[in-house]
Design a protein around this ligand. Structure first.
Ligand SMILES: Nc1ncnc2c1ncn2[C@@H]1O[C@H](COP(=O)(O)OP(=O)(O)O)[C@@H](O)[C@H]1O
Ligand SMILES: Cc1ncc(C[n+]2csc(CCOP(=O)(O)OP(=O)(O)O)c2C)c(N)n1
Ligand SMILES: [Mg+2]
Ligand SMILES: [Mg+2]
Ligand SMILES: [Mg+2]
Length: 324
């Protein structure tokens, strides 16, 4: 299939949002948001960095890359609305495989009501999929990493480390026959961005949010740094799925703290609003767990501490990094 036939084949016939004025088919897309703040992000997914032929089928590649971008919208408290795809395709990828990537994206786009409004197709040596996502949030209501205040409750949605455990099952021979394999693989390949929960928090005045792509250790440090505050995390409170129990202790801890790619949300609300946050979680069928708190201790601000049976240690941002 040539480039133009391919673009025709992935083009939506109808857009879900009236705000899309011009989608695929011109030099650029046009959309209009009335009285809301536009929220935009880009995340790139690269063969042999974020996935390999071994870890993901083409469908999963499409699903997972869009999930990561939707999660960034959730982390801002925004409603995701439209996205653009820039794709670099090696010559040995077939038309069918390319279509399957788009089927994966379509699937999650349908679940979260997103429109594909544009993109770019280029040939190259490795598969790279880059997604630009656009969303909207009520004026001045975006949820920043810098919004943590002393006395806040630190919470996290879902369970931690499942995606990393799924990846370990795929890549490490010694774990390949572990039970609950389907669950762990699906958390790695098809994570659940917490959009409804994040939007539900709108009734709370001040919320700090960050999504977990690089591990709770990294993301909690980002909150502490952006807010210039001290964050305290209790290790025993980190929510852990029972499927993790079968891994060696050392791996479990690594998955929980630094695993990343769970696309859960970590955030804070004031002590007074914690009950409300729990209600919103219940209403949106999202599990949340209090895992710590924030304080203002000038000498340690910007840092995170981890507590294990009363022992305190500095929790460094040692999750995944692309450059050292
Ligand atoms: N190459 C880049 N050029 C410009 N801005 C960047 C680049 N890489 C990251 N950023 C910006 O740095 C911030 C943090 O990015 P990142 O750590 O990738 O966030 P996330 O983990 O949510 O994807 C964001 O504001 C992002 O837009
Ligand atoms: C084959 C393979 N090897 C390693 C990983 C692990 N991994 C790759 S990128 C990454 C971190 C998240 O990606 P990043 O691009 O940093 O996302 P962002 O923080 O920008 O949202 C992790 C844990 C993987 N998913 N697949
Ligand atoms: Mg990023
Ligand atoms: Mg993010
Ligand atoms: Mg990262």
């Amino acid at each position: 299939m040539d480039e133009f036939a391919f673009i025709d084949s992935i083009k939506q016939t109808k857009y879900r949002h009236a705000s899309v004025i011009k989608g695929i088919g011109d030099d650029a897309a046009v959309f209009r948001e009335n009285y809301q703040d536009v929220v935009t992000a880009v995340d790139t997914f690269v063969e042999n960095v974020h996935f390999s032929r071994k870890t993901m089928a083409p469908f999963h590649i499409g699903y997972r890359v869009l999930a990561a971008n939707i999660s960034d919208m959730a982390a801002m408290g925004a409603t995701p609305k439209s996205y653009l795809i820039s794709i670099v395709v090696p010559k040995d990828w077939t038309d069918e495989e390319l279509q399957e990537i788009y089927q994966g994206m379509n699937q999650i786009a349908k679940e979260y009501r997103l429109d594909l409004i544009g993109g770019d197709t280029v040939s190259g040596n490795e598969l790279v999929v880059s997604v630009t996502i656009n969303g909207a949030v009520e004026k001045n209501k975006a949820r920043y990493r810098s919004h943590v205040r002393a006395g806040d409750v630190l919470f996290v949605t879902g369970t931690l480390g499942d995606s990393a455990a799924g990846l370990a099952v795929l890549l490490r021979e010694e774990f390949s026959e572990f039970t609950n394999k389907d669950y762990l693989l699906s958390r790695h390949r098809q994570p659940t961005p917490r959009v409804e929960f994040a939007k539900g928090l709108a009734e709370i005045d001040r919320v700090a949010l960050n999504d977990i792509s690089d591990g709770i250790a990294s993301e909690a440090n980002e909150l502490a740094k952006a807010s210039n505050i001290t964050i305290h995390v209790e290790k025993d409170k980190l929510p852990k799925h029972e499927a993790l129990e079968q891994f060696p202790q050392e791996d479990q801890l690594e998955f929980l703290l630094n695993g990343g790619e769970d696309f859960e949300l970590v955030g804070t609300v004031s002590e007074e609003n914690w009950e409300k946050a729990k209600e919103i979680a219940k209403k949106t069928k999202t599990s949340i767990t209090k895992i710590g708190y924030a304080t203002d201790v000038n000498t340690t601000n910007g840092h995170v501490f981890l507590y294990t049976n009363g022992e305190k240690e500095l929790l460094k941002p040692s999750g995944y990094t692309h450059r050292n």
